[in-house]
Design a protein around this ligand. Structure first.
Ligand SMILES: C[S@@+](CC[C@H](N)C(=O)[O-])C[C@H]1O[C@@H](n2cnc3c(N)ncnc32)[C@H](O)[C@@H]1O
Length: 236
């Protein structure tokens, strides 16, 4: 169906500056954060922070110490602009989640919102585990197949989004276990929690990225109820 050799999906997200670019959007993020024990002394890391909407929310609402990392320079620039505009002391770093240039055991909470699907999950989870303090919490909102799909559908989804691999719930749990995480809880979102995404458009957006946006809408409709998501939370 798609003639895209290399996925342009992340280019679309960064050029359109899509914030809350994860299932459930900011409404789900706010609900999940309310259930955590966050204070103005908490050290929090948002991995794959995109345009920084969650990081900014954490800094402004909880006055926590927040760091965001993302490997896309356009996302990083948009996140940094956001922090400057709202005078928020959030540290935004351009780096890959697979090799994070931060010291061990410094975070109380790490959040990843629709990021792990795109990366080498074992490497990323080892890094997240390394950075968490003992007793620290990790929350991930991640695409999860409800059932095993045929190869053609898997290929179509992986190629379009540029996913490293598409997983079932049990595969995610095995990865969290392998990385050393404990008390793994999984939640399937019951209510249709979602909120409209936010946009921070770049000045020049290539025509083909509008096509990517339309194809993304088509993919959502085609795989509705199949390509689902789960909220995973666990402890170091
Ligand atoms: C679907 S977007 C989600 C962005 C943000 N978490 C949100 O919810 O709006 C995925 C993000 O992961 C980032 N990303 C993908 N691979 C990455 C990697 N290896 N290291 C760091 N960030 C990565 C992308 O640049 C993008 O900003």
């Amino acid at each position: 169906m798609f003639d895209i050799q290399k996925s342009k999906y992340l280019d679309f997200l960064s050029k359109f500056g899509v914030g809350g670019a994860h299932p459930g959007g900011m409404a789900l993020t706010k609900e999940l954060l309310r259930a955590e024990n966050i204070s103005n002394t908490s050290q929090i890391l948002d991995v794959g922070c995109g345009t920084g909407q969650t990081a900014a929310y954490l800094a402004s609402t909880y006055k926590a110490f927040v760091t965001g990392i993302d490997f896309n320079s356009i996302m990083v620039a948009k996140a940094q602009n956001r922090m400057k505009k709202y005078h928020l002391p959030v540290n935004i770093i351009e780096a890959s989640i697979e090799q994070i240039p931060l010291r061990d055991k410094q975070f109380d909470l790490i959040i990843s919102e629709s990021v792990l699907s795109f990366v080498n999950k074992s490497k990323a989870l080892d890094e997240i585990y390394r950075l968490l303090k003992y007793g620290g919490r990790f929350i991930a909102i991640e695409f999860t197949m409800n059932q095993m799909l045929d190869k053609k559908s898997m290929d179509e989804i992986e190629q379009f989004y540029g996913f490293d691999t598409l997983l079932l719930k049990k595969d995610w749990v095995a990865l969290f276990n392998d990385a050393g995480f404990q008390t793994i809880r999984i939640r399937k979102n019951q209510q249709s929690l979602s909120s409209s995404p936010e946009f921070q458009h770049s000045q020049n957006i290539e025509r083909e990225l509008y096509d990517v946006m339309n194809q993304h809408i088509e993919m959502n409709l085609k795989y509705d109820g199949i390509l689902d998501y789960r909220i995973y939370s666990c402890t170091k």
